[in-house]
Design a protein around this ligand. Structure first.
Ligand SMILES: Cc1cc2nc3c(=O)[nH]c(=O)nc-3n(C[C@H](O)[C@H](O)[C@H](O)COP(=O)(O)OP(=O)(O)OC[C@H]3O[C@@H](n4cnc5c(N)ncnc54)[C@H](O)[C@@H]3O)c2cc1C
Length: 383
């Protein structure tokens, strides 16, 4: 393929892949009249962790490997929100963040901020501030990803293929189509029958970015990344929720403990539980949701306030955290001349999404990263 006429292929339509597409489309060296971006997604944009995460953003809580990227990304989240009215479009807002220890037999309750109406102040043993509206915030990650897809489509030749990539080679990917619908074939390239949908296709690419979260080793087996399933629920509460997140701890009568995390969105409460060892399925759409685990999260929340006891679960969901088994940090960088990886963002992929997109765009189009220091995130540390 002529390198002056780029087709940049991105595999994975989570926040990482979508942010890569957006920042590539906005890069000065991306020629909008000549170059194209093709994104492969096997289950739907933000169908995995990127649509089911709480969407918490933190400026400060990052180690030396990611602190520069986190700073860049946190500021880009703010910039995007200012540019596109993120508050309205994807629920962007600043948060106060707390650690709250619950004791249902508490004798001298600690002072709970009045804006946290969803914890009974009599059972609060200890409250510690972890973050302020200056350094913690939130987005609705599903809405954020879908918004960026729309914006990218407006400015670039950007095609999304609902297909499962099965192999990545130098300047080429092989894939199976999963659905005709989002695919817009040329007249003479029509998908005629079911058999055709399952045929192996290939596409040439000047550059390939693998952004497949926990599924990355299935395409790049040398990378040591795994996935840990986590359940979460959404609950409607009978009042508007102020911007607070709470990392909590509770000990029950029988001595068992739980640490549910609460993220108050304006119109719903997101609560997530703990991870388990359910193996990663082939496709994100095949992720199993265990009803009992969701009920357990709700039963924990019921201890916190009457408002939970009077509400039902609105949505039960599960998704996989992408974890690097070697460094615990994301890996961003070049694998071969034309293949790049951006994966293993752990519990910070939403915070780090725009920064990741920006540095990957620089790596692909400038050949070097200028906006943040990502030296310690080189994929060689994750093999
Ligand atoms: C419960 C939970 C809560 C979280 N909360 C937060 C939070 O509050 N703040 C924060 O910063 N981070 C949070 N995270 C972490 C964050 O969600 C992830 O790090 C981030 O979403 C990873 O994004 P990704 O795009 O790299 O991967 P994913 O979101 O996993 O997306 C990968 C995509 O690739 C597709 N794919 C895989 N293989 C193929 C293939 N072969 N062909 C085509 N497509 C393929 C999948 O279908 C999927 O859509 C949370 C994670 C979990 C699990």
């Amino acid at each position: 393929m002529n390198r002056g006429n780029r087709n940049i292929v991105i595999i994975g339509g989570g926040i990482t892949g979508v942010c890569c597409a957006y920042y590539i489309a906005n890069h000065e060296k991306f020629n909008r009249s000549r170059d194209s971006i093709t994104l492969f997604e096997s289950s739907g944009i933000a169908s995995a962790a990127s649509g089911k995460a709480s969407g918490f953003l933190s400026l400060e809580w990052h180690g030396p490997a990611t602190s520069s990227l986190a700073k860049l990304s946190y500021n880009l989240h703010r910039e995007l929100a200012e540019k596109y009215d993120g508050a309205k479009q994807w629920g962007y807002r600043a948060l106060d963040t707390w650690s709250v220890k619950i004791d249902e037999h508490c004798k001298e309750p600690d002072h709970l901020p009045e804006s946290i109406e969803w914890i009974d102040s009599n059972i609060v043993e200890k409250v510690t501030r972890l973050g302020t509206k200056k350094d913690t915030g939130q987005v609705h990650p599903y809405k954020f990803c879908h918004f960026l897809v729309k914006e990218t489509s407006k400015i670039a030749d950007f095609t999304i293929i609902k297909g499962h990539v099965t192999n990545v080679e130098e300047n080429e990917v092989e894939y199976r189509l999963l659905e005709e619908e989002p695919y817009e074939p040329d007249e003479d390239d029509e998908i005629s029958d079911e058999a055709e949908l399952h045929t192996l296709h290939s596409m040439e690419a000047t550059d390939v970015i693998v952004a497949t979260g926990p599924w990355t080793p299935r395409l790049l087996p040398e990378l040591r990344i795994s996935g840990a399933r986590i359940h979460s629920i959404l609950v409607d509460l009978p009042f508007k929720l102020s911007g607070n997140a709470a990392f909590t701890e509770i000990t029950f009568e029988d001595g068992t403990t739980a640490a549910p995390e609460f993220y108050a969105r304006e119109d719903e409460m997101y609560i997530c539980g703990e991870f388990d060892d359910e193996p990663l399925p082939e496709l994100s759409s095949e992720t199993k949701v265990n009803d009992e685990k969701c009920k357990w999260i709700k039963s924990c929340a019921d201890h916190y306030h009457e408002c939970f006891r009077q509400s039902d679960i609105k949505l039960r969901q599960a998704c996989y955290l992408p974890i690097s088994n070697t460094t615990g940090a994301p890996m961003l960088g070049k694998m071969t001349d034309s293949v790049y990886v951006a994966a293993a963002h752990g519990c910070w992929g939403i915070t780090l999404g725009p920064g990741t997109g920006k540095v990957m765009a620089e790596l692909v189009l400038d050949g070097e990263v200028k906006s943040a220091s990502i030296d310690l995130l080189d994929p060689k540390y994750c093999m």
